[in-house]
Design a protein around this ligand. Structure first.
Ligand SMILES: NC(=O)c1ccc[n+]([C@@H]2O[C@H](COP(=O)([O-])OP(=O)(O)OC[C@H]3O[C@@H](n4cnc5c(N)ncnc54)[C@H](O)[C@@H]3O)[C@@H](O)[C@H]2O)c1
Length: 344
């Protein structure tokens, strides 16, 4: 298939795009490149498959740019809660309105599939102990609110010839050249390796579902292959029932893989938002999908990368690997304007 993938210079995209190319798809990447200043490690196995990419902003996409593609995979957004809260207006402009601009352009251009990376953060503070796709959404931040709005507005655009599908990913982890150290497992593993210390401020009892970026890739790849009737307008939580962990369990697994690290917990209380997510629907309803990774294997993978590149504290703390830090730096130095467009 001819696949147009946005966010290919990001954490998930820089691993997904070469994978889809290896699977035989003709891939074009698309990204404004906020985090191009960071490339944590090289994976020679991927070099021949890195697809060409367009450097532009999704808010300015036109139908002409999408002519001839069979599918759009849309990941280019401001990608977490703190980033979204730091400028709510721009977050709504990129994550909600930008996604609608892209989806309308795709539909006008006759693109058949539109695969959107949503997030389990739409559940927010969950009332049920275990939430599934039919549970009420309860977004707590601009980031999560935008995910809900895109699902609603792009879902309403579905026709026989336009098939949107929404993947509500659990919190991701795993090695990527465009690393993110602002997500839980990557952060704890990086701290363990560079400081030898994980000091949790809480007791770590809340539940969090997590998923490896390769398994997110499998979900996306499966959506490209599935019959359109099986996925049109559907929402799937992406992860595995066995991969719901308490935060303290994630920390303990990191300690197992980095035994030289000292691990301490704080008192209970504080942020006790806690929910588990059911992944029954994707298991039964998305042909070809299977979650292969566990937190233990993910922590081991990260350790192998850190050892190979002898990762230093300054690498771990470099702005490009913490999305909020990086954007703040781009703004402070005037490289992007107050609407987050490049100034040169
Ligand atoms: N990583 C996770 O834990 C996780 C979990 C659930 C959902 N998601 C979703 O998956 C997608 C990818 O996440 P990620 O972790 O790879 O994020 P990321 O921040 O690493 O990558 C996002 C990419 O989008 C680009 N981008 C941002 N705004 C843009 C714009 N206006 N025009 C063009 N490009 C723009 C950035 O330059 C960046 O390369 C996001 O939509 C995110 O919300 C991620």
């Amino acid at each position: 298939m001819r696949v147009f993938v946005t966010g290919t210079d990001g954490y998930i995209g820089s691993v997904l795009a070469p994978r889809l190319a290896r699977e035989g798809h003709e891939v074009t990447g698309f990204d404004t490149g906020y985090y191009r200043g960071g490339w944590l490690f090289n994976d020679p196995a991927q070099f021949p498959a890195v697809p060409p990419a367009v450097c532009a902003d999704i808010r300015r996409v036109t139908p002409e740019m999408l002519a001839g593609y069979d599918a759009v995979v849309h990941m280019a957004e401001l990608s977490n809660d703190p980033l979204g809260e730091s400028n709510r207006d721009v977050t709504f402009d990129i994550n909600h309105r930008g996604s609608i601009v892209l989806a309308e352009a795709a539909k006008d251009a006759g693109v058949e599939r539109f695969i959107y990376t949503s997030s389990c953060s739409v559940y927010g503070v969950a009332e049920d102990d275990v939430v599934d796709e039919s549970s009420p959404v309860n977004p707590q931040t601009a980031y999560a609110e935008c995910k809900v709005r895109v699902e609603r507005d792009v879902g309403a655009m579905a026709t026989e010839r336009f098939t949107p599908v929404f993947l509500r990913n659990a919190t991701a982890y795993g090695a990527s050249p465009r690393m993110r150290f602002d997500i839980v497992l990557n952060n704890l593993a990086g701290l363990a390796w560079t400081t030898g210390k994980i000091a949790m401020i809480s007791d770590g009892t809340p539940w969090r579902p997590v998923v490896h970026i390769e398994d997110i890739g499998t979900a996306i790849s499966s959506c490209l292959a599935a019959p359109t009737e099986a996925i049109r307008g559907e929402i799937f939580n992406v992860g595995a029932n066995s991969e719901n962990y308490r935060i303290r369990e994630i920390a303990e697994i990191v300690k197992e893989v980095f035994p030289e690290c000292e691990l301490t917990f704080g008192p209970s209380g504080g942020d006790n938002r806690s929910y588990r997510v059911s992944f029954d629907k994707i298991d039964a309803g998305l042909p070809g999908f299977e979650c292969r990774w566990t937190v233990l294997e993910g922590a081991r993978q990260l350790r192998r990368v850190f050892e190979r590149i002898a990762m230093r504290g300054e690498d771990f703390e470099a702005p490009p690997y913490t999305r909020l830090k990086c954007l703040k730096q781009l703004i402070a130095t005037g490289q992007i304007d107050d609407q987050y467009y490049w100034t040169v």
